[in-house]
Design a protein around this ligand. Structure first.
Ligand SMILES: [Zn+2]
Length: 283
C-alpha cells in the first residue's frame, strides 16, 4: 500500500471548545512523507510547524495538546482521529489559533471534509504499518489496555460511570474507513454539568455548549438534537479519542486487536508510547 494524503485543500471554521475563540483550519495536501503537521500561522513572523507525534505532546489535561517551543495547539485528537479513521498519513493543517474548531464535538465534520478533499495515494511512497508479534497488557490507575495480534484491526472499548443514566457501555469495532465514518466519527464529546461549571469558573471550556458537547446533569442527558446518536455514544467517543491519540505514533495499525477500558488522554498517550516501542513495522 502507499502513503495517503488529500488531493485538494479545504477549510473549516468554528469555535475552540476551551478558548471559545473562532478558529480557521485548512487541510492541505502534503507531498512529502512527513506525517500530520499543524502549521500555526503567526501575524508578524514565520509560521511554526508542529508535528503531531508523541515527542511533541505537552499536556493531556482535558484533551491532547502538542507543541513546539512556546507554541501549543490544544485539542488535536479529533482531527487526528479522522486521519486515523481514513488512513491518511501525510497532511498539513494550517491553523490561525491555538485550538482547532470543535465543530459538533465529534470528528464527523473533519472526516467529511477530508473525504471531500479526496484522499489520494502517493504511488511513489510505501506505507508502513505497526503490528505485533506478541500480546501485552498495560495498566495505569484504572485504565487497562490489552493488545494482541489479530486478523485485521479491531478495537473493543469499555466506558463506565456510576451515573444512573450511563452505567457501563462497550463498543466493538472492526476498522475500515466507511465504518469509521458511520460508527465512530459522529460520536460527540461529553461532560458533566458540575465539571462544566467548574471549568467555566477556571477559564476553560469557554466554547463548550450543547452545540458541541453532550452535557449530563443529575437527572438528564442533554444534547442539541434532544437525543443521543447511539445508545453507547460515550464509549464510541472514547474510542474516537483513543484512535486520535494512537495516531501520534505516526503510524496506522494492522492486524492488531486493542481491548481497552477506562481510557483517558494521559493513559492513551502512555499506551501509545509502549505500543510503538513493542510494535514491528510492516508493509
Ligand atoms: Zn474527544
Amino acid at each position: 500500500m502507499h502513503r495517503k494524503t488529500i488531493s485538494d485543500k479545504i477549510s473549516l471554521e468554528g469555535i475552540g471548545i476551551h478558548t471559545g475563540r473562532v478558529a480557521k483550519i485548512t487541510f492541505l495536501p502534503a507531498h512529502k512523507p512527513l506525517g500530520i503537521r499543524f502549521i500555526k500561522q503567526k501575524k508578524s513572523s514565520k509560521p511554526v510547524i508542529i508535528s503531531a507525534n508523541l515527542e511533541n505532546v505537552k499536556t493531556t489535561v482535558r484533551g491532547t495538546s502538542i507543541g513546539e517551543g512556546a507554541e501549543i495547539i490544544h485539542t488535536v485528537e479529533h482531527i487526528l482521529s479522522a486521519c486515523a479513521g481514513l488512513g491518511i498519513d501525510d497532511l498539513d493543517i494550517e491553523i490561525n489559533s491555538n485550538e482547532p474548531p470543535i465543530m459538533d464535538g465529534s470528528s464527523v465534520e473533519f472526516t467529511k471534509a477530508l473525504l471531500k478533499a479526496a484522499i489520494k495515494e502517493k504511488k511513489e511512497q510505501t506505507k508502513f504499518f505497526l503490528n505485533l508479534d506478541n500480546h501485552f497488557e498495560f495498566t495505569e490507575g484504572k485504565s487497562h489496555y490489552k493488545v494482541k495480534p489479530h486478523h485485521g484491526l479491531r478495537f473493543k472499548l469499555k466506558f463506565a460511570n456510576n451515573h444512573k443514566l450511563i452505567g457501563s457501555q462497550t463498543i466493538e469495532f472492526n476498522h475500515d474507513s466507511a465504518s469509521y465514518l458511520k460508527e465512530i466519527a459522529p460520536a460527540r464529546t461529553f461532560g458533566f454539568k458540575h465539571e462544566l461549571d467548574y471549568l467555566l469558573k477556571n477559564g476553560l471550556a469557554l466554547g463548550g455548549s450543547l452545540n458541541n458537547a453532550i452535557i449530563i446533569d443529575d437527572e438528564r442527558i442533554l444534547t442539541s438534537s434532544g437525543s443521543l446518536r447511539f445508545d453507547n455514544e460515550f464509549a464510541r467517543h472514547k474510542l474516537l479519542d483513543l484512535m486520535g491519540d494512537l495516531k501520534l505514533t505516526g503510524f496506522d495499525f494492522k492486524n492488531i486487536f486493542i481491548d481497552a477500558e477506562y481510557t483517558g488522554h494521559k493513559t492513551n498517550v502512555n499506551f501509545a508510547k509502549l505500543l510503538k516501542s513493542k510494535a514491528v513495522k510492516t508493509i
